[in-house]
Design a protein around this ligand. Sequence first.
Ligand code: URA
Length: 293
Amino acid sequence: MLISMPSPNDAQADLIAYLDFHVEAGADAALDEQPHDRFGEADMPAPTLRAPRRQAEAPRPVAQSNSLVPPPGSPPPAAPARTFGRAASAQPDEAASDARARAREAKSLAELEKILADFDACPLRFTAKNLVFADGNPEARVMFLGEAPGADEDRIGKPFMGRSGQLLDKMMAAIGLDRTSAYIGNIVPWRPPGNRNPTPQEVAVCRPFVERQIELVDPEVIVCLGAPATQTLTGTKDGILRTRGRLFPYKLPTREAKLLATLHPAFLLRQPVQKRLAWRDFRALRALLDGKA
Ligand code: URA
């Protein structure tokens, strides 16, 4: 009987696929069998900032062996390099107040994007491939805000690129909007690993940036897609089925904008029967923009 033995290259490809699977599923730290003093690590001097993943995506190192087990007599593995910038050690409050100070420095959207790209106190930055800052027209009268990028957005670097984005495009088209007449962003600009929900700490750290982004765009209407965006920007604890269709005042430096809560396209993909509610909200948005509401 012939048994096909995996070639070293197959084994390596399998190992890489196995690691990719875990990263995709949300694993964001590698552990090993040696104990590490993680508390002690927090006192170590902060490392220099790691380059964003996209630039860092050099060819993967070629494994010298196909085995995960080190050969006998080899030295214990070194502690994994700390690559999480200040995100590993900064306290959430400290990170949020730093975010506020930095966001205030931005005098334009381009400056804000640069500041965010350099900001290293949000751990999501280190597991995401790309910063997903915005898409659309910054001069638009209406700004849509979702929760956080998914895999497609992370890969492409723009919000609402996947199935939710396609549905959002259709919903906008139904009321005469598109990405040249609307601006689109997210509450959190980095993809949470494995598409989990961003934690309250991650949202709190990112919030000053999205607030500054809204100020710089200065839209007449902000459309919050789903509960996380609505709750973050209005402070309400109510669920989206209660808040959708409601208009909230949103204070901008020189005037008050209107914030409209509606259902997230991802929710509508799961529950298409709810599209009729979103359609009501989008008609209300059209009426607002036409000065008829
Ligand atoms: N869902 C979101 O909330 N934002 C995106 O950019 C994509 C999907």
